[in-house]
Design a protein around this ligand. Sequence first.
Ligand code: ZN
Length: 846
Amino acid sequence: MDLSRTLTGIGAALLATALLANPAAGAPGDTPPSTRDFGNGPERNETAAVDEASTGAFSARTLDVPPAASTWSLRSHRGYPRQNVLPVQPENPDDRSIKLGLVPYHSIAPKLNALQKSSNRVSAEIAGKSAGGRDLYLVTVTAPESPWEAARQDHWRALIEENPGAAKRDRSLRAGYKTPVWINANIHGNEWEGTDGALRVIERLATATDPATAAFLKRSRVYVSVSLNPDGRVAGTRANGAGFDINRDFATNSQPESRMARDVVIATQPFVMLDEHGYTGTTLIEPATPPHGQNYEYDLYIKHALPNALGMEKAIQQLGHAETTRADIPFRDYAPGDWDDWPPIFTPMYAIYQGAVGHTVEIPLRVNNADYNNLPVEELQRRSRINTDVAAATIEAALTYADTNRGTLLTDQIEQFRRGWAGEPSPVIPDGFVDGFGPEDRYSTTFPRAYVIPAGTPAAARLVDHLIANDVRVRKALSGFTLNGHRYDRGDYVVDMRQPKRGLANVLLEAGRDISDLVPQMYDISGWSNGLLWGASVDSSRTAYPRVATRAAAKADPTGSVDAPRGRDLLLKLRDGNDVRAVNELLDQGIKLSRTDASTVVVPADARPEASSIARSLGVRFTAAPRGTKGEVFDRPVIAAAVSADELFVLRQMGFEVRTVSTAVLNAGFDLSGVDTLIVSSGLSYTALNAAAKAAVDAYLTRGGGVLTRGATGANFNAAAKVLPAVATAGRGDANGVVAVTGEGPIVGAGSPVHSFVYSPIWFTGTGFTVEQRYRAGATPLVAGHWQPGDTGTNGPAQAAGQAAVVSGVTAGGGNAVLFGTEPLFRAHPKGLFAPYARALFWTAS
Ligand SMILES: [Zn+2]
C-alpha cells in the first residue's frame, strides 16, 4: 500500500478547512494521521496556558532576561573519566514513567552514579537545567584518557573545523581521533523510551568485558543527553515546563533545553547523531523526504544517512518482534513534504549544519496521550519494552555504522567545513547518487559573500550574540566602510560567509524561500528568518566583501545609552522587546511615565539614575525629550490573557504581569472588574461561556475594557462578542511563513518591521476600524514559507494581498481593540514583532 499517498490525502483534507467556519473541528491536528504529530498542535489556539495565578492573586511573576548559554564546557583540562556524584532528586511517585515500567527522572542520577562507580568508562555531568529547574544530564562513554590525551582530542576537533586542510593531512589525527557520536533522548517528554534504550546501551558499554567493546571505546566517544526534557518526562507532556516544544526551538533557542543541546553539539562536533522520538506505529528512521534544507551539503549527509538508516532497520528486524519487521524511511518510502528536513528547528536538522549526520528515530508503539490512560498497564509495559528494544537497537546500529565508517565520516566532516572556508558552491548531486535520489531531492542555494549587521540596537546585539552562540563567526569592522553603495560605521558587524558553518549562518540570516508550489504540504513550519524577523537590519552582499579591517567578535558590544543633557526628560521609543521591558521595569520601580503616542514614552528627568541602570542592563537607548513635552500618564496594565504558552512566555519576558484565563476560568466566576485589557488568542470561546460569564464579558466591554486578539480563536471571539465590525477570513490552516507587510496605522503599523510572520493567516474586511498593517499588495505577500490556496483556489496569498493583517478600533463601549491576523509572538521567534504587539497591548489597556 502506498502509505505516503494516503497520508498526503488525509493531511491535505484536514488542513484545507475553513478554520473560522468550524473552529472546533477545523484546526489541524484534531485527528492527525497516526504517523504525524503536527508541529503546531491545536493546543496553541484551543488550550490556554494557565498557571497558579488563574486561581489566586494577580501574578507578579515575570521572566528574567534569558540567561546566557550554559557554562558547561567540554574543555576542562581533565582526562576521562570525569566522574561526578550527581545530586539525587527526591522520589516522585507521580512520575509518569513509572506506570510504563520505565526509569523515572529521580532514578536516573542514582543509576548514573552507580555506573560511574563501577566503570571507568562512564562520565556523567549536569550540562544545564530545564525550564522547570531539573538537571539535564550529559553522559560520556569512552575509554580512559589522560588529561594530555583529552587535550589532544580537543586540539584535533578544533583543527577539523578551523583548518580542514591541515586536519586532512594529519595522519596522527586520522589514526587517533575518537569518533564522536551524540545520542539525544526524550526531547519530547512523553516519548519516553529513548532514555531507557540509551541507558541500556550506556550500561552495556560500561560493563562489557569483551575485547571488541574495549577497542570500540578506545576509538570512540559516545555522548548521551539522557533526557533532554525531564519536565515532560515527569509530567507526561510533549512540551517542557514552559509549554514549549523543544524540537521546534533550534532557530530560536528560547528554551534552556535547546540551548544545552546546541552547546553539546557544538562542543562535541559529532559525526553521527540520533534524536529518539515516538510513536509512529511503524518505526520511522530518517533521512527525510524533500524539500531538503537548501543550505546543507546534502551529498555529504545522504551518502551516510541512508546506509545508516538501512543498518538501523536491519537491527530492529533482528529483534524478532512482530511489530519491528520493517521501518519507514521517509526518504525511501514517503511522498515529498510528508516528512521533510526543510526547517532548522529540529535537533537533527540543526545538527547537520554543525557537521553531524543527524537522524530522527521514531520508536513504534504508542503509549502516550489517550493510550496512556486507556490501555491496560500490562499492554503499556509490553509496548514500552519493545520500544526500549527499538531505541537501544537503533543506537547500537548507529554506533556500529559510525565505527565502521569512521574514516569516511571524518573525511566528509572535514569536507563540509572545507567547502565553507573555501566559499565553494555546493556540488550538484546527480540522480542516483544514492538509491532513490532524483530531481525532487535537489535543493541548493547560492551563498552570499557576506552579511552586514549595523550595530547599535538591542536587536542587532541580540542577533549577533545568537549567531556567536551558534558557532557562526561574526567580525567587527575597525573603521567605517562602504559596501554596495551603503555606508557602514566602525563597529558594525560583518558575517564573512567563507566560514566552516556557512550553511547555518545562511539558514538563520537568509529570507528563505516560497516553497508553496513544490510540495502539497509540510510537516511543520516552512518559514522563519532571524534576519528578517528579529528586528535588526541585516544586509546581504551577493558578491562583494567589504574592504575594511575587522576582528573577530566574541560578543556584541553593549548598546544602552542615555543621550540627553542632565535635567532633561527622557524619551524611549518602543521598537524592541527590551524597550518594552524597560518600561515595565520603570513602572515597577514606581516611576511616573507618560506617552505622547503609542510608541513614545516620556521618562521624567529625576528618574535618570534608574534609566541609566536599565540602559546598561537591557541595552536600550534613551534620548532627550523636546522641552515641554507632555504626555498622557499611564500605569502598569492589568492584563487578563487567554493565550498560548509561547505567548505567555514572551509577555513575561517583556515584563508584563499577566493573569491567565480561559473559558473555564471565566465560567468559574473570574472577576473582570479590575482588568484593563483582555487578550484572546487561545482557549477562550465566547459562545462556550455560561450566562454569568457572558454577562461579565459584556459588562466588561460596555464599560470600555480593552481587547487584543490573535488568530482564529481571537477572531471568533471578536465576532461573537461584537468587539469590532471586522470580518475575518482565514487561509489554509497549515499555511505559514514570512510575509511582507506595509504599516499604516498609528499603533502597530508605524515604525514596525516590513516583514511579519503568519501561521493559519487571517485577514480582515469591512469598515469601522483602522487598518494598522496590510499584507503586501501587488505581488504575493509570502516571502518564504508554504501557503497554498484552498481547493477552490481561494484563501491563498493572492487573495490576502493588500488585505488588512492587523486592525485597531474603538468598541461600542468605548474601549480600544486590536486584532492580529499575524503571529507576532509565535514560539518566541519573531522578536522584531514583540514591540508592535506590546504597543497594541499598552494602547488597549489605556
Ligand atoms: Zn517527538
